[in-house]
Each structure stands twice: as C-alpha cells, then as structure tokens.
Write a protein that binds this ligand. Structure first.
Ligand code: ZN
Length: 143
C-alpha cells in the first residue's frame, strides 16, 4: 500500500480480498442489487463495508441510511474515509444505468459496479461522477 503513494489521476487500486468480498455479497443478495461503502483513500480501496439495499430492487439500490452512518463511524475509528460506494448489477453489464446517473450526486466518491451478467466471471469496473456523467477509472487489483 505504501508504494502506491504517487498515483496517476484516474487510477484506483483495490485489495483483491475486497474484490472477492464484493463479489460474494453480490451473489448472496441475488436476485436484488447489493450495495455498500468503500473505505480507504481517493486512490486506494482498502475495505468494503456491506450495507442493506433499502430499495430491495433488481435494478436500483438505496444504501440504508443507518448502515451508511455505521460505515462512516467505522471509517473514523480506523483513521480511514468513506471514499466510494459499490453496488451490483445482477443481470446487466458493469456500466452505470440511467438510474445510476439520475441518482448520482457526489463527485468525490468512487463508484464500483460488479456485474454478474457475463457468466461465469464477474466483472468489476470503477467510475467517478464528474460533469454530470460517469467517467471510467482504471481499476487495479493488488495483493
Ligand atoms: Zn447500477
């Protein structure tokens, strides 16, 4: 993690264990979208904190507010920050949906989408919401 101090804009690293955790969560919450918070820095995702999808929907997510606050508290207690959100697309590609675009508002957050549609391998992509649209980020899995 220390060797990633200097990171080009648009590149985000993520611990491989976090990728596995998010993929497990996405499968466990089928047929609905899963969601959660990402902890770390603006260029490194160190942890994922699962949240309930208050929308309980196959096509959208709404992070349970209580779970959101719990994640913020957990981040503070470990001197980290909530730097992003993740959610799953059970049956569509790992690209932001029209609903995702309509409901996004925080340009500081990394948005991670895991798609379970292209079996058998899940696909995870990262985006940042800037200028009213999602811009893809390079996502690199590390240790
Ligand atoms: Zn979505």
């Amino acid at each position: 993690m220390d060797k990633e101090e200097v990171t080009p804009m648009g590149r985000v690293t993520i611990r491989s264990a976090v990728v596995e955790q998010i993929t497990r969560h996405a499968n466990a919450d089928l047929p609905y979208e899963c969601c959660g918070l990402l902890l770390g820095t603006s260029s490194h995702i160190d942890r994922a904190v699962p949240a309930r999808n208050a929308a309980a929907s196959r096509t959208r997510f709404l992070i349970d507010p209580g779970d959101h606050f719990a994640a913020i508290r957990e981040a503070r207690s470990s001197a980290q920050e909530v730097v992003g959100v993740y959610h799953s697309h059970p049956s569509s590609p790992a690209v932001p949906s029209a609903t995702d675009v309509a409901e996004a508002n925080d340009a500081r957050l990394i948005h991670l989408i895991v798609s379970l549609a292209p079996e058998p391998q899940p696909v995870i992509r990262a985006f940042r919401f800037t200028g009213g649209n999602f811009q893809p980020l390079e996502l690199v899995s590390v240790g």
